[in-house]
Ligand binder design. Structure first.
Ligand code: GTP
Ligand code: MG
Ligand code: ZN
Length: 199
C-alpha cells in the first residue's frame, strides 16, 4: 500500500514524507524497522502519535511553507494529526481507535485549508485502493527511486526488471542491495499494470 502511494507521489513529482502514526499503540517496535527501510532509500519518515505528541513538531515543520496533501487509509489519523498540529481546525475525526478497524470514512470530501499565506493543507478521505493510473510498465521502475543506479545498467532500456536477461535490478535484489520487500511491491504493481493494459 505504501509503495503504491509512493509511486503515485513520485509520478506526480511530489515531495514525499512518510508518516507512521499511532506509535503509542505499538507493541513490538516494528515502526523503527519500517522507518529505516524507507530512510535508507532517502525518504523522510516521521513516527507520530497524537496521544504522546511524538513527531508532531517535526511534522509541523514539514508542513509550514508548503502545500500539503494528507493521503492514506481511512482511520490512520490524518484529520487527527492535522487537528493536533493546528488546534482550531476542528476537523471531524472517527470514533474508533482500534488498530484493525478499517475506518469508517470520517472525512468525506477533500478540503484544502489555508493555514498561512504560504501554507495549505488538504485533508482527504481515506482511500481503500490506489491504482497506478496512467503509468506504463516500462516506467514503473522510475518511481522506485532506489532502482535507478542499477536500472541504468540493465541490458535493455525498456527493461521491466522482471524476466529480462541482463537485468541489474534483479541482480541487486539478489545481492541485498535492493530490499526484497520493495521489489515484491514492485512486481505486484507491475502485475496490475499488465492486467490493466489488456482491453
Ligand atoms: N491511539 C491513537 N489513536 C489515534 C491516533 N491518531 C488518530 N487516532 C484515532 O484514530 C481514529 C481515526 O482518526 P481520524 O483522524 O478520523 O482518521 P482519518 O485518517 O482522518 O480517517 P478518514 O477521515 O476516514 O480518512 C480516531 O478514533 C482517532 O482518535 C494516535 O496517534 N494514536
Ligand atoms: Mg479524516
Ligand atoms: Zn532491469
Amino acid at each position: 500500500m505504501i509503495d503504491r502511494f509512493i509511486v503515485a507521489g513520485e509520478s506526480s513529482h511530489l515531495n514525499i514524507v512518510i508518516i507512521i502514526n499511532k506509535i503509542d499503540l505499538e507493541e513490538e517496535n516494528i515502526s523503527e524497522e519500517w522507518a529505516s527501510l524507507y530512510r535508507e532509500i532517502g525518504y523522510k519518515v516521521i513516527l507520530s502519535s497524537k496521544v504522546s505528541g511524538d513527531g508532531i513538531e517535526e511534522l509541523k515543520n514539514e508542513i509550514i511553507g508548503n502545500k500539503n496533501i494528507f493521503w492514506g487509509h481511512s482511520g490512520v489519523g490524518k484529520s487527527s494529526l492535522l487537528n493536533k498540529i493546528f488546534p482550531g481546525l476542528n476537523l471531524e475525526i472517527g470514533e474508533i481507535s482500534s488498530f484493525t478497524d478499517k475506518g469508517t470514512h470520517k472525512t468525506v470530501t477533500s478540503k484544502m485549508i489555508k493555514i498561512a499565506s504560504d501554507t495549505y493543507v488538504i485533508d482527504t478521505p481515506g482511500v481503500r485502493e490506489i491504482d497506478p493510473f496512467g503509468i506504463k510498465k516500462k516506467d514503473l521502475g522510475h518511481y522506485f527511486i532506489e532502482f535507478k543506479p542499477f536500472a541504468e545498467n540493465c541490458r535493455f532500456n525498456t527493461c521491466t526488471h522482471y524476466h529480462e536477461p541482463g537485468c541489474e535490478v534483479v541482480k541487486a535484489v539478489e545481492n541485498n542491495e535492493i530490499s526484497e520487500v520493495r521489489y515484491d511491491s514492485y512486481l505486484r504493481i507491475l502485475k496490475t499494470i499488465e492486467e490493466d493494459i489488456i482491453y
